[in-house]
Ligand binder design. Structure first.
Ligand SMILES: Cc1cc2nc3c(=O)[nH]c(=O)nc-3n(C[C@H](O)[C@H](O)[C@H](O)COP(=O)(O)OP(=O)(O)OC[C@H]3O[C@@H](n4cnc5c(N)ncnc54)[C@H](O)[C@@H]3O)c2cc1C
Ligand SMILES: *[C@@H]1O[C@H](CO)[C@@H](O)[C@H](O)[C@H]1NC(C)=O
Ligand SMILES: *[C@@H]1O[C@H](CO)[C@@H](O)[C@H](O)[C@H]1NC(C)=O
Length: 546
């Protein structure tokens, strides 16, 4: 049987989409035109919100094992800034490490090279039975009302090319900034190319530098930023900007220009593991779907690397599209649900382009890397889908405003925003170790969280959930500390009943233990609705299911 979905491109976007679809029981084929997997650190900054999605997807541990947090407890400095020729920094930007709050456990983000990251994702895919088909290129496609025909070109070990014509239900272009899927769809990709801000990038061993902080030199119009690679290695990633030339530097050229710019002759260079170049492009599409064909990730938007939003936005695209496509493919939701992918994401992407461009201009004003502070929005914890046609916003909407990126601090949890985590939850009637909401949420079902109310009120919610398609939603009852007697029947009826021993869930969600409040969390970890009665839950799900 041919798989339902063709995923074109095995970068981070394609890999995460494949993972979500497979977790949801939707078959995929994932192809990549390259003969070998790419190397190099490229997009190595993983934001807090991406780690939260990974927690929900159940892949956080593998990624954390191979990466390192940007900041560690007790760490004092983050970036050292030097004057040319001097070995002592003229300024040190402090790390400002803070304890992660209970509702935001991954607040520090993670550093993991993109090649390593992609390998970890491929390993998780392998566990679900999927492998990446290398040396397989999408040449073109044709779209019909009920299927898509893809024309592929496979190159065999002897270099011979073979054409293949295959039918799929859906085709997703996760084929990067030069996307042929986007081009064949004829989508506009408006914006600008900043050739004057070319960067030479790479990974190189440098002996004699502290490998626990970033190092920076600004000598207008040029600048060099070195990022440590791992606490156990002397590898550094460099981003060298302000050069007129777009070409990738050789190791010798880089070292020579490094010496000229920094005046540091006390450092010893070792092997260069990866060398490349990067020209900032600031562009986006105005739609992400045409019938049975979608684009996601860099294929739909590219922007300045300032702020490290690139790869992270790609993963948000994938997690927004994944659950929706799975429901439609299974016949549980109408195809119109798929229009909400572009509806929700384009608003966020437009603002992300503004944010990164502003940061870019601030950072590289006149070719000089300025000492700009990084805004907290970059963690993506505030990214929201306010105004979405499938979110039931209720009375909190006016508090949220129109900003697609800013976190609303404190107060009641809001529909269209991220669902916070809560640790210290004990399963009633079990001897299991306490769990967290992120461990309860899953990418294959909505989670209907029931706070407060009495048994009768909770039963009315359970009845609504029971009428939904099988396995499409899980009922999660959150009881305040000590209020756990007489809930055996709810446990045996299949609800996950949790005692909020440390009060993190009620406090983190800003809810009162008395009143019934139902928080519906989507499979992508976004709050779909905050309502006070079973009818509200029904109203929400009528927006999603057929
Ligand atoms: C040199 C460099 C440095 C970067 N630095 C940063 C950074 O510091 N921070 C950051 O956040 N981001 C950075 N980025 C951007 C980041 O790497 C991208 O945002 C991210 O890789 C995009 O993921 P993607 O899966 O959408 O596309 P890609 O990673 O581009 O993957 C697309 C894949 O599709 C394949 N493909 C293309 N066409 C076809 C076809 N017709 N058929 C089959 N396969 C095809 C390609 O071979 C490729 O493997 C950098 C990128 C580069 C190139
Ligand atoms: C460290 O450098 C190696 C060699 O290029 C690379 O594979 C890896 O992704 C890098 N890791 C980070 C965190 O930059
Ligand atoms: C950049 O250059 C312009 C014109 O030369 C100048 O007005 C501006 O102040 C400069 N900006 C910075 C941040 O140095």
């Amino acid at each position: 049987m041919t798989p339902s979905v063709l995923i074109v491109g095995a970068g981070p976007t394609g890999l995460i989409l494949a993972l979500i679809l497979l977790q949801n029981g939707v078959s995929v084929r994932i192809i990549n035109k390259e003969v070998e997997h790419r190397i190099g650190s490229r997009g190595a900054g993983i934001q807090a919100r991406t780690l939260e999605l990974y927690d929900i997807l159940g892949i956080l541990l593998g990624v954390q094992k191979e990466g390192e947090p940007f900041k560690k407890e007790g760490q004092l400095d983050f970036i050292a800034i030097y004057n040319p020729g001097e070995t002592e920094p003229v300024k040190v930007v402090p790390a400002n490490w803070v304890q992660a709050p209970p509702d935001t456990p991954h607040v520090h983000g993670l550093m993991i090279g993109q090649d390593t990251h992609e390998r970890v994702l491929r390993e998780y895919l392998q566990k679900l039975g999927a492998t990446i088909e290398l040396a397989t290129e999408l040449h073109s496609f044709e779209q019909f009302p009920d299927h898509v025909v893809a024309h592929l070109i496979k190159t065999d070990a002897a270099g011979q090319q073979h054409e293949e014509r295959t039918e799929f239900n859906w085709l997703i272009g996760t084929d990067g900034a030069h996307s042929i899927v986007r081009k064949q769809l004829g989508f506009t990709f408006l914006g600008e190319t900043r050739t004057e801000q070319n960067m030479a990038v790479g990974d190189i061993v440098i002996e004699g530098l502290d490998n626990r902080r970033f190092h920076m030199w600004n000598v207008s119009p040029n600048s060099i930023l070195l990022r440590w690679n791992h606490s156990s290695s002397q590898l550094f990633s460099y981003a060298y900007t302000g050069r007129a030339d777009e070409k990738t530097l050789t190791r010798e050229e880089f070292i020579e220009e490094f010496h000229a710019l920094t005046g540091r002759h006390d450092l010893t260079f070792g092997e260069a593991a990866w060398m490349s170049s990067y020209t900032p492009n600031i562009r986006m599409v105005d739609r992400m779907r045409d019938g049975r064909v979608f684009i996601a990730g860099d294929a739909a938007h590219c922007h300045s690397p300032a702020g490290g939003q690139g790869l992270n936005s790609c993963i948000q695209d994938a997690s927004n599209l994944g659950w929706k496509l799975a429901l439609v493919e299974k016949g549980l939701a109408p195809p119109t649900l798929l229009d909400t992918y572009g509806e929700e994401r384009l608003r966020v992407i437009a603002q992300m382009l503004q944010l990164t461009t502003k940061l870019h201009d601030k950072t590289w004003a006149n070719g000089t890397l300025a000492r700009s502070e990084r805004p907290s929005e970059l963690s993506m914890l505030g990214v929201n889908y306010a105004g979405s046609s499938i979110v039931l916003e209720g009375e909190g909407a006016s508090r949220a405003g129109s900003d697609a990126y800013t976190k609303v601090e404190g107060g009641r949890v809001l529909a269209a925003y991220r669902a916070p985590d809560a640790p210290g939850l004990v399963r009633v009637g079990s001897a299991d170790a306490p769990t967290t909401l992120f461990a309860i949420f899953c990418a294959t079902a909505h989670s209907v969280l029931v706070f407060g109310g009495d048994a009768a009120a909770r039963t009315s919610v359970a009845d609504v959930v029971a009428r939904l398609p099988k396995d499409s939603a899980q009922l999660v009852v959150l009881l305040q500390q000590g209020a756990t007697s007489g809930v055996e029947s709810e446990v045996s009826a299949g609800a996950t009943v949790l005692e909020d021993r440390a009060w993190h869930a009620y406090r983190g969600y800003g809810l009162d233990a008395g009143e019934l409040t139902i928080v519906v969390v989507r499979p992508d970890g976004v709050v779909g609705a905050v309502v006070s009665a079973a009818e509200g839950v029904e109203t929400y799900f009528r927006k999603i299911f057929v």
